[in-house]
Every structure is written in C-alpha cells, then in structure tokens.
Design a binder for this molecule. Sequence first.
Ligand SMILES: NC(=O)c1ccc[n+]([C@@H]2O[C@H](COP(=O)([O-])OP(=O)(O)OC[C@H]3O[C@@H](n4cnc5c(N)ncnc54)[C@H](OP(=O)(O)O)[C@@H]3O)[C@@H](O)[C@H]2O)c1
Length: 255
Amino acid sequence: MKKIAVVTGASSGMGREFALTLEKHFKVDEIWAIARNEKSLSELGKQVSPEVRAISMDLTDPYSFAKYEKALEEEQPEICLLVNASGFGIFDSVSDMRMKDSDDMVDLNCKALVKMTKMSLPYMHEGSKIINIASMAAFQPIPYIDVYGASKAFVLSFSRALNSELETRRIQTMAVCPYWTKTRFFDRAVGEKQIVRKYIVMYEPEMIIRQAWKDLAKGKDISIYGTIAKGQAALCKILPHKLVMKIWKKQQDLH
Ligand SMILES: NC(=O)c1ccc[n+]([C@@H]2O[C@H](COP(=O)([O-])OP(=O)(O)OC[C@H]3O[C@@H](n4cnc5c(N)ncnc54)[C@H](OP(=O)(O)O)[C@@H]3O)[C@@H](O)[C@H]2O)c1
C-alpha cells in the first residue's frame, strides 16, 4: 500500500514549507500537493525526494473535491500525514467586505478543512497525523478581521476536539497558531485602506514550521512559535475580550 502525505496550500508560504521539510519527519512514497496554482505544485517535485502528485483544486468550489475522492478511491493509499494549510484572510470591516470574500473565507478556512479531514480519515491508520493551520487570531475576537478571526477560532476548536476524539484510533491532530508570518498572505489580506498597519513581530515561515514539527513529535495538540505569540495567547485567555479588542483597536488606530 502506497504511503502518502497530503498537503493543501502546498503552492506557497507555510504549506510549501511543510511540503519541503516533511521528508525529514515522515517516510512517504508520495506527497499529494493541493492548491490552485498547478505550476507551483509541480515545481515542488524538483525540490523533494518523494514523488509529487500535483492536484490542482480550488477548495472553495465544492465540485473540486471529486478529484481528491477519485484519486483516493483509485490508489487506496495510507495517509500518514494530512496538512491543511490552504487559507486566506481579508482585513476590512464586515460592512465593506465583498460578500464573495467573506463566503470564500468561511468556505476555504472552515468548510474545506473539515471536508478534507473527513475524506482523508478513512485512509488514516494508527500513528497518522493531521496538522491544521489556525492562527493567533483564533484566541480573540478581532474587529476588522472579524470573519478571518472567527474562521480560525473554528479551526482551533475543531482541531483540539478532533484530537481528543481520535485518541482511541491513536491519530494525532494539532493546530498550528502562527503570529504574523512573512508570506503571500498579506498580498490578499491588506487592501488599499491598510486597516492593519502595525505588526508587533513578523516571523519567517521556517520558524513556525520548525516549531510545529517539534510540537507534533511531542504529541501536542497546539503549536505556537515565539515568546511574544505565547504571551499574547496567554493574555487572551485571562483578560476580558472587551479589553483585548479595545487594546487591538488602540494599537491599530481604529475606532
Ligand atoms: N501569514 C500569516 O501571517 C498567517 C498567520 C496566521 C495564520 N496563517 C494561515 O496560514 C495558512 C497558510 O497561509 P500563508 O501565510 O502561508 O499564506 P500563502 O503563502 O498565501 O499561502 C496560502 C495557500 O493557500 C492556498 N489557497 C488559497 N486559496 C485557495 C483555494 N481557493 N483553494 C485551494 N488553495 C488555496 C494558496 O494556493 P493557491 O493560491 O495556489 O491556490 C497557498 O498555497 C493559511 O491558512 C493562513 O490563514 C497565516
């Protein structure tokens, strides 16, 4: 039976970094790389030892999942690792944001992540792992990043509950909660209005993913990189969220 790793968002940023480094942690025959940019997915094949199967899918399109389903049915692989890294955010007020953008954020960040997980689970065995990229945004409500923040709170809650539920099957699920990280994410997130202007830190994707591999090996259900990020996550748990939102708006000069 072919052993595979499946990585969504493997065309860039943190998903790409997971795909590039996973052979140090998992012995797989193939990496199934999923995103829309097929050229970038195919180029991954030149950078890693396992075979790369580029599966071009727009995960906001419900019909695209048939491609993944067909590939699974034909190959009947063992999925050792599923990384759900596809995702995007838009920084804007709920009133001004285009309906399509808020719909797509929920469809990609939440619905597609659940769908990929449900479709993959029948092919997972004892010792298989699921990594879902949530965000630091998961820990607090964030005015002007409302929809994105709520979508990532969903990912965090879903991942931790699933990890507990799958204990009996010995399948680990871990949510990765990056703080601001230098990727193409900002090309789409920051509009002309530049609502978010101040970034306390800006990490490199390599830092987040290196920490994620370490935390996965330790059996954790959540991975946070960096002292500032860990401190903020802790504060968000103890401070009233009304105060946390006030601090955020003051920091960004929002009213
Ligand atoms: N960068 C940050 O500061 C930050 C912080 C916290 C969490 N995150 C989260 O980290 C994850 C990875 O993002 P990133 O920062 O690495 O940004 P990125 O470089 O923009 O990567 C996003 C990935 O999602 C894929 N994607 C976007 N729309 C898609 C669609 N409709 N269907 C399938 N795939 C799609 C993109 O591929 P294609 O364009 O080829 O489809 C790309 O591979 C996301 O879930 C993001 O929300 C980012």
